[in-house]
Write a protein that binds this ligand. Structure first.
Ligand SMILES: Nc1ncnc2c1ncn2[C@@H]1O[C@H](COP(=O)(O)OP(=O)(O)OP(=O)(O)O)[C@@H](O)[C@H]1O
Ligand SMILES: Nc1ccn([C@@H]2O[C@H](COP(=O)(O)O)[C@@H](O)[C@H]2O)c(=O)n1
Length: 227
C-alpha cells in the first residue's frame, strides 16, 4: 500500500496578518497539524529574559539555546507551548517578550537552530498535512513545499485588527509595536514580498471566514490533478 507524504503548507506574512488564527482554522478544517514557528522565537526570548541575559549579547543568547528545552503542540485544538516544565503559552504573548523577540530572531545561529527544529517537528506530525506559519517558511524552512502562501493585509487593517483584540492603553500602543517589530524583522527576512512560486492571499478586503476559504482554495488548487 502506498504511504502518502503529509502535505506541507507553508505560510508567511507580517505581524497581525492573521497567520496564526487563519492557519489554525485551516488546519482544523482540513484535519491537519499546525505549527506556529513564532512561538519558538518568543519562547527563547522569554527564557533569555527569565535568565537575566542581555538580549543584545548574541553570544549569551546563543548559549541560552543549551538550556532551551522546547515543546509545542501541533494539534490546532490543543495549542500549548512549554519550556522545560513551565507552560509559557500566555507568557510569550506579553509585551515585554514581543519587544525583545526581534533581537533574538536576528541572530543567525538561533535561526539555524530553530529552522532544524521546525523541520523535525513538522516531519513528526501524524496527520494528512501540516500548516507551518512564520516569516521564512516559504523561503528557508520549506522552500520546496507544495503549498507556499504569503498571507498579507494592509498595515491599517492589521493595526485595526490587533487593536480590536485589546483595550485602552494596550490598544493604543499595539499598532506602533506591530510596525516596529515588522521593521526590525524585515531587515532579517523578506516576508513582505512573495518569493517566486509563492501565492499571495491579501485579506485586507476579506473577513476572517473568507480568508480561511481563500487559503483552503490555494491548497485545493495544488492538490487537484492537472488535466
Ligand atoms: N481576514 C480577517 N478579517 C478580520 N480579522 C482577521 C482576519 N484575519 C485575521 N484576523 C484577526 O486579526 C488578528 C491578528 O491575527 P493573528 O494573531 O492570527 O495574526 P498573526 O499574523 O499571527 O500575528 P503575529 O505575527 O503578530 O503573531 C486576530 O484577532 C485575528 O482574529
Ligand atoms: N519564522 C519566523 C517566525 C517568527 N520569527 C520571529 O518571531 C517573532 C514572533 O513571531 P509571531 O509570528 O509570533 O509574531 C517575530 O516578530 C520574528 O521576530 C521569525 O524570525 N521567523
Amino acid at each position: 500500500m502506498a504511504v502518502s507524504t503529509p502535505v506541507f503548507v507553508a505560510i508567511d506574512g507580517p505581524a497581525g496578518s492573521g497567520k496564526s488564527s487563519v492557519s489554525k482554522a485551516v488546519a482544523r478544517t482540513l484535519g491537519y497539524g499546525y505549527l506556529d514557528t513564532g512561538a519558538a522565537y518568543r519562547a527563547l526570548a522569554w527564557l533569555v529574559l527569565e535568565n537575566g541575559v542581555d538580549k543584545d549579547d548574541a553570544d549569551a543568547v546563543i548559549r541560552t539555546l543549551d538550556d532551551f528545552d522546547y515543546f509545542i503542540a501541533t494539534d490546532p485544538d490543543a495549542y500549548v507551548v512549554r519550556v522545560g516544565q513551565t507552560d509559557v503559552t500566555d507568557a510569550i504573548r506579553e509585551p515585554r517578550v514581543s519587544a525583545a523577540v526581534s533581537a533574538i530572531a536576528r541572530v543567525p545561529a538561533v535561526r539555524a537552530h530553530l529552522v532544524q527544529l521546525f523541520r523535525r517537528i513538522a516531519a513528526g506530525v501524524d496527520a494528512p498535512g501540516v500548516v507551518v506559519e512564520g516569516r521564512d517558511i516559504t523561503t528557508v524552512v520549506a522552500p520546496d513545499a507544495p503549498v507556499r502562501i504569503l498571507l498579507t493585509a494592509s498595515e491599517e487593517a492589521r493595526m485595526a485588527r490587533r487593536s480590536a483584540e485589546l483595550q485602552d492603553d494596550a490598544a493604543a500602543t499595539a499598532g506602533a509595536e506591530l510596525k516596529k517589530r515588522d521593521q526590525a524583522d524585515s531587515r532579517v527576512v523578506d516576508f513582505l514580498n512573495a518569493a517566486e512560486g509563492v501565492t499571495t492571499v491579501d485579506s485586507t478586503e476579506l473577513n476572517f471566514a473568507e480568508t480561511v476559504d481563500a487559503v483552503i482554495a490555494v491548497i485545493a488548487d495544488t492538490q487537484s490533478p492537472v488535466s
